[in-house]
Design a protein. Sequence first.
Length: 531
Amino acid sequence: KLNLATSINKPSNWIRSLEGLLIREAETDCEESSELIEEMYDKDELKRKRTHRPVRQEKMFAKMRNFASTFVHFSSSSMSTVEMEVFSNFQLIIMTILMFVGGEVFISMFGLHARSKFYSLNQLFENRINPNLTPSSSSSSSSSSSENSTEFTDQIELGIVSHSYITNEEPNNGLENEHRMSSNDDNLKYNSVRVLVYVVLGYILVTHVVGSSLVALYTSLAPSAKQILKQKGLQIFTFSVFTTASTFSNCGFVPTNENMMVFKKNALLLLILFPQGLLGNTLYPSCLRFVIWVLKKITNREEFDYILRNSKEMIYRHLLSKAYSYFLAITVFGFIFVQLVLFCALEWDSEATDGLNFFEKLVASLFQVVNSRHTGESVFDISIVSPAILVLFVVMMYLPPYTAFLPSRNCKEKKNKKKTFVQNFIFSQLSYLVIFIILVCTTERDKMKKDPLNFNVLNVTIEVISAYGNVGFSTGYSCKRQLRPDSSCKDAWYGFVGRWSNQGKVILILVMFFGRIKKFNMKGGKAWQIS
């Protein structure tokens, strides 16, 4: 940045080329061109240009950082630094593709597909090394064994069979049967993985098609929702597909500046959307196992039965055991119930729910608490929500999506497991988040002194934990909360991070990347003992 600023302060080559171009084009009035050149090199004008160019460059780089951070958010959370309504219909379609491809479920499907290809190549390699395991060889071996069995029967009838012949034949037959059984198990495992790929693909497509169709149908028939989209210049198809993909992928983006606040009275639309977030995140393992169970009952295929009985052998992180899936569903609904009770108890007659009837308050509150677990769409301005609810949301955002109360019999830790020197110094997830919060408070310390109502530790913590959990909740920024009112301050519909410094935005981008790879470091910090 310093090199760019110093290079601008010097007479640049493009100004000289512009001077030459003006001289060549001044065919009729040389004096006019010379006056223009002298005006360009006037000291006062040159001083003004020198002082303003770095500012313009800085604004340009700031916009580039905002768009870059927004691009990163499209695969993680809805912590936008620009207003959503500035994007065109084509740009919204591109963002929809990014959210769809960057979703956790879609990426996991590619991992399954690669594993099925690996199994097929491994099977082909084993068949080349052990040709006796091929179907043709197995058929020939079976025919030869049948011939040997008939010959052996004839020898028994003639009474000339020896004891050594009998003992030597039994191990060979057992070895062939063992190879044949292992080959059949490998084939079944490969077919099961391949079937699981198609099940996940069908799960994704059906959820998106049904969800988009229901949203499009509602927005077409509901006059209030249709009028909102018309006023904002949004197409029904684009809004439906964009919102469904964002909700399923847990990005939390909505094409409107106000997110879902503008639809808080459309209770039916909220009831259509919030199951999408559950199907794509916290309840995905339970729903996936239920779908496989239904397909097994309908088709009676052995691949589905193998998948249900051997979930660990599938090596698919989202395919949990039967007990884990049950306890996960119970835990998810338990968290939702607890949050709903507390939210309704503290916010039922508050400013956030003002203007809603009983049913609209209940549905909007349910939508809000469901989205606190990694979805991030909001129907209320959480900056005016009570601090107790905000702390509850912070805890919910911190918890991994597959957090479950699972009583386990094998609770003993492996004490003899050796760890490397680096593993002993790995911190826990909470320790890293504390470090990130300290770094953000350090970069924004001047604003925290001048504007403490907006830039406070709780708002910064919510922003960091929301980025880590890929949720997207944000308290935003309000010019009305400034202790020293600034006439140039204008409220904007984007996240609190949009008011941060460039260093703070970069730190939050790193937090979001760290949140996406947190599954590789969930067991850190065990070497640190607190006594």
